[in-house]
Design a protein around this ligand. Sequence first.
Ligand code: SF4
Length: 337
Amino acid sequence: MGEALVDSYGRTVRDLRISVTDRCNFRCQYCMPEEGMVWLPRTDILTFEEIERVARVCVERFGVDSIRLTGGEPTVRAHLPTLVAKLAALRVGGDPDGRGVDLAMTTNGASLRLMARDLHDAGLRRLNISCDSLQRERFLAITKRDALDAVLDGIDAALAAGLDPVKLNCVLMRGINDDEIVDFARFGRERGVQVRFIEFMPLDASDEWSANRVVPGAEIVAAIDAVYPLAAVEGRGSQPADRYRYRDGAGEIGVIASVSEPFCGACDRIRLTAEGQLRNCLFAVDETDLRPLLRGGGSDDELAAAIIGNVGRKWAGHSINQVTFIRPARSMSQIGG
Ligand code: SF4
């Protein structure tokens, strides 16, 4: 293995988030508009071989040991288990006998009934399923899809396929679904899935985000603790979520308070967009186009140098709460969670 990927703040990159498509079969209001999304031409989208190459350089040369597949909605990309198998075959540090990457995916869950087993057999290990309401009508209003049943079936299919852990990602929006906090906690306790509550971030394509629509992490914890007493779990490390366990032993919750309690100081993530742009931060305002190297005969050394250069320009963190904050030109579906 070569040297680790360390930014100018001393943070080591260990987690590569890969968007495999900008397309999605949902239209979640905190992500994309109901109509009018312009998709990337298919020729712009990285092939599985190109994705594997970038991942291989990161994993084998720089010791990146965690990969998360995202989108848009990754399950709308055809033959996804083929890509999963390619990535699952990578060995951290390039040692053939070395350990594999920790392979996870974030999905809206609607297609898991059909795919969970194949994804698991191909090497996927962990899953986060997005679900922002347990009420059918409200789910429809938020996602513009009448698919709550399919998502709930998807959770069961993921658990049955042996994906572990299966977590539920719930983006809370003031006045939209913040009255379901305890319902989600109860759901997670009963289904044996960890619910992760996510603060609404300014990455919605319709630019409707405002600070007063954010439900702060502290408020989420207080609401649950009042019904199901919680205890903080120590040792967050570089993980985005603060974890809390139920004092009665019925599992855990996670809270991703990126707006009210930023955690950039320990960030270990970089992102690859569906069309090959490397982003050193979810909110980055600049990015590195890897496609010319991937499609123009660039060497792995040149690819590695471009990745090092990008990481070297990583800022201390987002500035959402500051006047200097500049919304990225991309929405969440064009970056990947
Ligand atoms: S906002 Fe950027 S720097 Fe902060 S945790 Fe997220 S990706 Fe890392």
